[in-house]
Ligand binder design. Structure first.
Ligand SMILES: Nc1nc2c(c(=O)[nH]1)N[C@H]1C(S)=C(S)[C@@H](COP(=O)(O)OP(=O)(O)OC[C@H]3O[C@@H](n4cnc5c(=O)[nH]c(N)nc54)[C@H](O)[C@@H]3O)O[C@H]1N2
Ligand SMILES: Nc1nc2c(c(=O)[nH]1)N[C@H]1C(S)=C(S)[C@@H](COP(=O)(O)OP(=O)(O)OC[C@H]3O[C@@H](n4cnc5c(=O)[nH]c(N)nc54)[C@H](O)[C@@H]3O)O[C@H]1N2
Ligand code: SF4
Ligand SMILES: [Mo]
Length: 746
């Protein structure tokens, strides 16, 4: 019940909306009168947040009508980046954009148009549909850093990604490079309740994080060395006889090869690589393998360690299989796709993209797991066994840094246009100098946004997008869940804002795709998705009002009925799918992207190990820096380092320091804390300063404290399977900012 308004007044409607300020998508009740939102609060009946909202969720009203929001379509009239705009109509904007894209297609081919996204913020199946119908394979997101490679590697091994955790009856939870104490508010509440009931918690994190503080066992790992730990856990579990012989005999192939493969990966071997003790490694492996059922929850760290990322995902995936912690009660569940509603993949029109266009997808020659070569193989198998494929948007994308390079070099071919929606690549993609150079060089750029971000500032058109209260939402884990949570719009979009869906659809219509877009509104499209559920509703809104969720009946051990979606129909500890794609069928050891053993010259100049990112409150990546009530909570960027390391460099608490890698340097303030090893530096992500001059070259100070200046997208630093780049486990140096060194060009 809202405490701020009189609910007895006439004409108040309660709308079942959602927060979209992070992927938790908490349920929100919006109190609406005469088309205006009067107040919001957490929805007590929503299964995840149960009435709670975090500080971001609570500022939804400030976000809705913030004075800095983009409310009308903007067309650039001055130089690129000069901040001179003309307000135009949507019709004019879409007509002009369509004309330009058609010209580029005529001259350079459809593949010369690319699109960039962030992660799971909007209806990306519609973006994919547009791109497929337009004929370009070059859509991408930075989801390479966020679960997508994990999904594909795990699906290669056991036919789907076990992202649904049956935590209620679990006895041990491993949080591997994950910090739900900050990144997943509803989740951490649930975990703490279960801990009271005896759940054992292992946290693998270089920092004594908010979540590590609650752990039964905390493993302060060297950033980027997770692969060595996972291999050593496999060794301990196999050689100390803690595996599940029934499951490995009956349901796995390659156990003998795996045992042989990990014979030398002992805790003694892994200890110096991970900076953990042999006892920590052995005891933690034993804790996971002997408290069954147990879970290993996904955290974003391993996706972001670059070069060893794919092998680390692979080794981590095998841990579930050899312990039998797969699809049994209390373990990690293989739900498969929904067979009951129309999935995102079925909305994408992937069959409309000609084979010769698929073959042109940038990066697919190098990184095969999340591009057409890997995706089509895996999708074929999941279709055979489950009946459906994973979402192609996300799981099958161009390689972002390679597209940026193509813009700059015209190799393998020119890329002339970039449609940006729901991302701020300057702050969130890797190696900012490369990204920024590409955004400046691309001939034509359109951004769909809430704000004039540094990226939007460089665009030719900026289109005003409707936020969470102004649009409906379906939550279904990148379109790959078997359940769905549905929310409705609280109000129609304010000003001239529109949904992203309408951008893609209406642009498609201008380009002759009309008959492929039968759904005029996003609600019409959602209705088409949920209609087969058979609730007998007449509209999407009616579904939300009366049902809101759909959770299918849970069936454990489905593999007993249908097998695993792999060529052998078993869990492939020795993966024939990876082998067929030219990757090692068993996870090899690969050192962190930059490390003291393989790169002694770099280590001599850059003595610290750097990890960039780790979410922090109150921000979501580069979002919400404009919202004063949030900015007040954290108004300057603070990196973390150990006081002992700082003392040697005469750095004191609160000093401005440079953090520098081979790729450049940034300025942040020093937070001296014992929560971090003296050899490690931790920087938060996302920082820019919307209060500064937003024009190029200042662009809101987006180069000053932005940790992605430090990260590496070099092909050699990327995961050879997925191409995900290196944010964590790099080498850096730190020194105090002085008046002199501030003038040096870097
Ligand atoms: N407040 C806030 N919440 C968020 C977000 C946000 O930006 N802000 N973003 C949302 C999104 S999109 C995502 S994907 C999730 C991600 O949320 P999580 O999966 O929790 O990931 P992070 O918070 O990025 O990092 C988790 C932990 O990894 C540790 N870490 C750093 N390097 C390494 C390493 O090399 N190995 C290991 N094992 N650990 C390492 C960090 O110290 C950090 O505590 O959070 C979501 N929630
Ligand atoms: N160094 C480093 N880099 C990282 C990470 C890290 O830990 N370290 N984390 C990575 C991870 S996990 C992620 S998920 C990515 C996030 O990368 P991004 O998704 O690019 O991150 P955001 O800064 O949240 O940018 C989203 C932008 O989209 C806008 N937006 C939000 N919702 C909508 C919408 O519905 N429609 C439209 N059109 N616009 C919208 C917001 O205003 C914002 O400007 O960053 C990655 N980058
Ligand atoms: S955790 Fe916070 S930001 Fe994320 S959906 Fe819930 S209320 Fe919104
Ligand atoms: Mo993410």
């Amino acid at each position: 019940m809202s405490k701020n308004i009189d609910l007895q007044q006439e004409g108040i409607q309660v709308k079942k909306s959602a927060c979209y300020f992070c992927h938790q998508n908490c349920g929100v009740l919006a109190y609406v009168k005469d088309g205006k939102v009067l107040d919001i609060e957490g929805d007590p009946d929503f299964p995840t947040n149960q009435g709670g909202l975090c500080c971001r969720g609570n500022i939804a009203m400030d976000h809705l009508d913030h004075p800095a929001r983009v409310n009308f379509p903007l067309k650039r009239v001055g130089e690129r980046g000069a901040g001179q705009w003309q307000e135009i109509s949507w019709d004019q904007a879409l007509t002009e954009i369509a004309e330009k894209l058609a010209n580029i297609r005529d001259e350079f081919g459809a593949e010369a148009v690319a699109t960039a996204g962030g992660t799971q913020r909007t209806d990306d199946w519609a973006r994919r549909r547009f791109m497929n119908l337009f004929g370009s394979p070059n859509g991408f997101h930075n989801s390479h850093l966020c679960w997508i490679p994990t999904f594909m590697v795990e699906t290669a091994i056991y036919g789907w990604c076990p992202f649904d955790l049956d935590l209620g009856s679990s006895r041990c939870l491993v949080l591997w490079g994950q910090n739900p104490g900050v990144s997943g508010m509803p989740e951490i509440h649930h975990i703490m309740e279960l801990k009271e009931k005896g759940l054992k918690l292992i946290v693998i994190d270089p920092r004594y994080s908010e979540t590590a503080a609650k752990a039964d066992m905390w493993l302060p790992i060297r950033p980027g060395s997770d692969l060595a730990l996972a291999l050593a856990w496999l060794h301990v579990i196999i050689y100390e006889g803690l595996f599940d012989p029934e499951f490995t005999d009956e349901w796995c192939v390659g156990f003998g090869e795996l045992a042989e493969h990990v014979a030398d990966f002992s805790p003694e071997w892994a200890a110096p690589l991970t900076w953990l003790t042999e006892e920590q490694i052995r005891e933690s492996a034993i804790m996971y393998a002997s408290n069954k059922p147990g879970n290993i929850q996904w955290g974003t760290s391993i996706d972001q360690i670059g070069k060893p990322a794919g092998a680390a995902m692979h080794a981590r995936a095998l841990l579930r299989a050899i312990t039998g912690n797969l699809d049994v009660p209390g373990s990690d569940l293989l739900t498969g796709p929904s067979l009951e509603y129309v999935t995102d993949e079925e909305m994408e029109a992937n069959d409309q993209l000609p084979e010769e266009q698929k073959a042109k997808q940038i990066g697919s020659d190098k990184f095969k797991m999340v591009t057409w070569p890997g995706y089509s193989r895996i999708a074929e198998l999941t279709k055979e066994v489950w009946g459906k494929a994973p979402t192609a948007e996300w799981m099958c994308e161009a390689h972002p840094p390679s597209v940026f390079r193509a813009i700059l070099t015209e190799k393998p071919y020119p890329v002339k246009a970039l449609l940006v929606s729901a991302t701020n690549p300057i702050n969130s993609y890797g190696e900012t100098k490369l990204t920024l150079a590409a955004l400046k060089a691309v001939e034509f750029m359109v951004t769909c946004e809430y704000w004039l971000t540094p990226t939007a500032m460089l665009s030719d058109y900026v289109l005003p997008i409707a936020g969470a209260l102004e649009r409906p939402t379906i939550t279904s884990s990148y379109g790959c869940a078997d359940f769905l949570l549905a929310s409705q719009r609280a109000i129609q979009p304010m000003y001239e804002r529109r949904n992203d869906y309408n951008f893609w659809r209406d642009l498609g219509v201008k380009l002759g795709q009309k008959e492929m877009w039968p759904w005029e509104t996003v609600e019409d499209a959602y209705f088409a998705k949920i209609e087969p559920l058979g609730y007998g509703v007449e509209s999407y809104d009616e579904f939300v009002e009366n049902h809101r969720f759909h959770f299918p009946e849970r069936e454990y051990q489905k593999y007993k009925r249908i097998g695993f979606a792999t060529p052998s129909r078993k869990v492939e500890l020795y993966s024939s799918t990876l082998e067929a794609l030219g990757y090692p069928p068993l996870p090899p050891y690969i050192g962190p992207a930059e490390n003291e053993t393989d790169d002694p010259e770099i280590a001599a100049e850059y003595p610290f190990v750097l990890t960039t990112g780790g979410g922090h409150m109150p921000y979501h990546h580069s979002e919400h820096f404009q919202i004063k009530t949030l900015r007040f909570l954290s108004h300057e960027p603070y990196m973390s380092m150990n006081p002992a390391a700082a003392a040697k460099l005469s750095i004191e608490e609160g000093d401005w320091v440079w953090i520098e890698t081979k790729r450049g340097r940034i300025k942040q303030k020093a937070n001296l804390t014992q929560a971090i090893d003296p050899r490690v530096i931790f920087t938060p992500r996302g920082w820019w300063y919307p209060e500064r001059d937003m024009r190029d070259p200042e662009l809101g100070g987006c180069l000053e404290s932005n940790t992605n200046i430090l990260t590496s997208c070099d092909d050699d630093d990327c995961d050879p399977m997925s191409g995900s780049w290196a944010n964590r486990g790099l080498l850096c140096k730190v020194y105090k900012v002085t008046a002199e060194n501030e003038k040096e060009a870097k």
